[in-house]
Design a protein around this ligand. Sequence first.
Ligand SMILES: [Zn+2]
Length: 320
Amino acid sequence: MKNLVTEIYQTLKSNNLKNYNTLKYFVILFTLLSILISCEQSDDKKINQWSDFVEFRKGNIPLIIVAPHGGDLKPKWIENRDCQGSVITKDLYTLDIAFQIENELNNMGYQPFIVYAKIHRIKIDLNRSLQTSHCEDDTSNELWQLFHDQIFTFRQEIINNYNRGLLIDIHGHGHPIQRIELGYLITSQKLRELSSDETFIQHNETSINSLIENHPENKKLGDLLFGDNALGSLLSKNGFPTVPSSTDRAPKSGEPFFSGGTNTKNYGSKYQNGVDAIQLELNRNGLRQDSEDRKRFSKVFAKILIDYMKFHYSDIFPSN
Ligand SMILES: [Zn+2]
C-alpha cells in the first residue's frame, strides 16, 4: 500500500503539478485522520479498563445475583456480534432492576454477592460459552473470563462459608404471555408431565438438586415448583404471575418458555453440589416497562428472596 502510494506520488509529480498538489494535500489529510483515529481508539481502550464493563460486590448472605444481558456500553473496539443465530437485543431494564433489588436487600440489612454486566449484548453474550459469546472477535475473551471467574470465586466462597447457597440469573423475555418464567432446567414438556405426576422427573436433572437433597423440611421437587412456598407461588401471590407456580403449573403446549441457559447449567447444582440456580425471566408489561412497576417489583422480590431463603435454606441462612 505504502509502495503504491509512493509510486502514484512520483508519477503524478513528474507528469502534472496540479494533480500532484491535490494528491499531496489528500495524503497529508489522510495521514492526519489516521493518527487522530488511532489516538482515539487507543485512548478509549486505555481509559476503559475491563472493570468498567462489570460490577461485582462481595456479599454477607449465601445468595448470588447475576445479570448478564442488561448493559448499555458499546465499546467501538469490540466488533458487533453479527454471526448467524446471535441474539443481540439487551434485556431491557434488567440491570436497573438488578441494582434496585440489591438496594432493597441492603435496606433490609443484607448484601447479596452480585455479578452484573454493563456491556451491551451486541458486543458479548455472557450467558454463553466463551467460544459462542462472540463472533470470532476474541478481543472480549478477557472480559468473559473476568465475569465468569468472579461468579466462580463467589460461588466457591459461599460453599466454603455456608456449604450451600442460591444463584439467581436475571433476564427479560419478549414472549406474548405477560408472566415471569422460572428456569430450573426443566423444559415445558417436562413441567406438563410433572404437574400431573410429580414423580415423573428425577430432581438430579434440575438446577436445584442440592436444595432437594439437603432440604431442612424435606421438601420434594413438586413442593419447590408448585407448593405454597415455591418461588413462583410467592411471586404470583404478590401480584406477579409466574410459571411454574401453584396457580400456573406449566406452560401449555406451544407456549414459548425459557427453561434456563448456560449460567443456570454451569453454576446450579445439576452437575455439582453446593449452589443451586434459578433463571428469572421477567415479562415486560406490568413489570419492566414502567419505572413504578420496576420499583414495586424490586421491593417485592427482595422480600420474597429473603423469605424464600429463610424457609428453604433455614439451616444455613445467617440469623441476624
Ligand atoms: Zn437474557
